[in-house]
Design a protein around this ligand. Sequence first.
Ligand code: AMP
Ligand code: GLY
Length: 420
Amino acid sequence: MNSVLVVGGGGREHAICVALAKSPKVDKLYCLPGNAGIAEIAECAPVSATDLEGVLAFVKSHPDIGMTVVAPDDPLAMGMVDMLEENGFRAFGPRKNAAIIEASKAFSKKLMKKYGIPTADYREFDDHAEACEYVKSAKYPLVVKADGLALGKGVVICNTVEEALAALEEMMVDKKFKSAGNVVVIEEFLTGKEVSVLAFTDGKTIVPMVSSQDHKRAHDNDEGANTGGMGTFSPSKAYTPDIAKETEEKIILPTMRAMNAEGRTFKGVLYFGLMLTAEGVKVLEYNARFGDPETQVVLPRLKSDLYEIFDAVIDERLEDIRIEWDDEAAVCVIMASGGYPGSYRKGVPIEIGALDPDITIYHAGTARDAEGRLVTSGGRVLGVTAKGKDIDEARAKAYANVGRIKFDGAFWRTDIGIKK
Ligand code: AMP
Ligand code: GLY
């Protein structure tokens, strides 16, 4: 018996589980901690994704587990893959020394500078007074970023000196993101279209997936606070074959090689957050994992067996396999709890009406209450993914079904996929 354990419990992990469940090579799925949707296809247990010892104990006590997929950033940065491998278990995801490409923006900016990978100009500061001095004479807008992991919320675009000083105060003095703000990166503001490109890599070969685009602001027209992501579509029309080629040559391959040269071989999914600027493609950020909610539009388009891809990455034989995608477009609309990304209620009952058969609901923050009812348990609650011959068709289908799902306080953006 060959079982796979997925670590994490959001929409991304649900999409990974749905894709793995299709593999004839996977007999059973486990997910820690999972959520109410994942529990329909995987055995879940209340072990937190950041509980390294708990995950190790779970793997040790389930000898049928042949592979563990570590999906979220925190356990990767904490070294969960290293720990599993040191104990003789197969794991998919980068080791700690490679996950730093996401976990430290100061590291990734230095890497790009050293290896000539195009990105915004920047300065790095560990001293609050020096950072304040710098922003008083810098060009605006500029972008202040906490060095460490901050749930996608440690980036502030500043139009004035006052805004920059306030961002620095929050990060470096008030420690809003704890130690993640001990160091800050202050960078040039780039303009252009944003595209996300995820890639499978075993350190020898790197295979980009189909492109996608996230919508990070909470409200329509990119207004409101930055969130973990309110909706996605795939593919991005702006990411033309020419731009894809330029990106592979100037960014994707050089990044894999740079990590090898640094003795930090990256194995897993490397995520390139790109800005298509007038001067060419530039890197906004790297992530050491599948994006959320990018995964909810990318994996539904995968025709190949995801388990086989993970297996090939672990064994460093990615070069030998073919990875195929369908030509359809996909749109995912996130339904969130009122108040997100600020504070919100949990435990609100969710009613899912009759949906079209080709719609996929990816659960993010959902749980079952004591009576077994489906309730909210997080900020991003559900992702509604539809496919179609183009983005417009997929969009119309997704929104028609969003209207049939109800919970008190639910909100969503109504413009996902409009600015394709
Ligand atoms: P990050 O977490 O670094 O991707 O930043 C979150 C969001 O902030 C990005 O998706 C962009 O929309 C925006 N952003 C980050 N860096 C820059 C930059 N240098 N110029 C313009 N926008 C940026
Ligand atoms: N959707 C952005 C991220 O996963 O970081």
